[in-house]
Design a binder for this molecule. Structure first.
Ligand SMILES: Nc1ncnc2c1ncn2[C@@H]1O[C@H](COP(=O)(O)OP(=O)(O)OP(=O)(O)O)[C@@H](O)[C@H]1O
Ligand SMILES: Cc1ncc(CO)c(N)n1
Length: 266
């Protein structure tokens, strides 16, 4: 049986809500074979991040080479890359191999406020990886850092998306999960026009892993052969439904419910 293949290059979340755990689950629920190159291991739960241990950049590269050299990939998603050496090594491979349909989620800070990217790594992300991205999916905080703009409204998000596209990414999706009014509205920029992707705001505190899930779902749809704008719309729908089925587990922000397709769509 031939099956689409997607690779996540990301960190492990011991709590299972974000990172590679969310990515691999998302791939599976799209009937896409998921593979992973681990960048770091976090000790994490619904309350926060208690510790991080990174892997060597060369070993991250070896995992990617192992997968590409044998199995091959149809799309690639990057998440928590943690430091500049890992980012530069991934960017080097992305330029050489290449890594097709590259979805870059520029993970910098967790919802609970933990830093997931070293300060000096932002420049490496901006200068070496973003120019190779098919799409980059910053949240509001990351979009502020990458664009240098203050972002409070949908119009600000559109301006930021255009600035970020000028850094070299082919498409940009600025995510509005942290918007005050209109939470859940994202701005998609295709290099020519900006489109607002609006959904209902889902009233839940259990939003851990939304960003990882959205980027992984985009990668899954690209692996399945959907064109990019369609892939983004379908992925957003997957996340909205997963938010409707989010899990009230732990004492803090629980994860979104990836298995909604098994329990019936809302
Ligand atoms: N309460 C909500 N209702 C509807 N959609 C939401 C809600 N919260 C987040 N989203 C959507 O989830 C997706 C991820 O956006 P968000 O801004 O939460 O990303 P993120 O901060 O990278 O996520 P995380 O770091 O928690 O994984 C976006 O499509 C956003 O609009
Ligand atoms: C491992 C990991 N990747 C990404 C995020 C962002 O939600 C997180 N909290 N943990």
């Amino acid at each position: 049986m031939s099956i689409p293949r997607a690779l996540t290059i990301a960190g492990s979340d011991s709590g299972g809500g974000a990172g590679i755990q969310a990515d691999l689950r998302t791939f599976a629920f799209h009937c896409v074979h998921g593979m992973s190159a681990l960048t770091c291991v976090t000790a994490q739960n619904t309350l926060g991040v208690q510790g991080v241990v990174p892997l060597e950049a060369d070993f991250v590269a070896l995992q990617i080479e192992s997968v590409l050299g044998d199995i091959g990939v149809d799309s690639v998603k990057t998440g928590m890359l943690f430091d500049a050496p890992i980012i530069r090594r991934v960017a080097q491979l992305a330029a050489q191999l290449p890594l097709p349909n590259l979805v870059v989620d520029p993970v910098m800070v967790s919802r609970t406020g933990a830093r997931l990217l070293a300060d000096e790594a932002v420049a490496a992300l901006r200068d070496s990886l973003l120019p190779l991205a098919t799409i980059v999916t910053p949240n509001l905080h990351e979009a502020r850092i990458l664009s240098g703009l203050t972002i409070e409204t949908i119009e600000d998000m559109a301006a930021a998306a255009q600035r970020i596209a000028a850094l070299g990414a082919r498409y940009v999706l600025v995510k509005g999960g942290a918007l005050g009014v209109g939470r859940g509205s994202d701005v998609f920029y295709d290099g020519k026009q900006t489109v607002v992707l609006a959904t209902e705001t889902v009233d839940t505190p259990h939003t851990h892993g939304t960003g990882c899930t959205l980027a992984a779902a985009i990668a899954a749809q690209l692996a399945l052969g959907e064109p990019l704008p369609t892939a983004v719309r379908l992925a957003k729908n997957y996340v909205t439904r997963a938010l409707h089925h989010s899990l009230a587990i732990g004492g803090g922000q629980g994860p979104v419910g990836h298995f909604w397709p098994l329990i019936g769509a809302k």
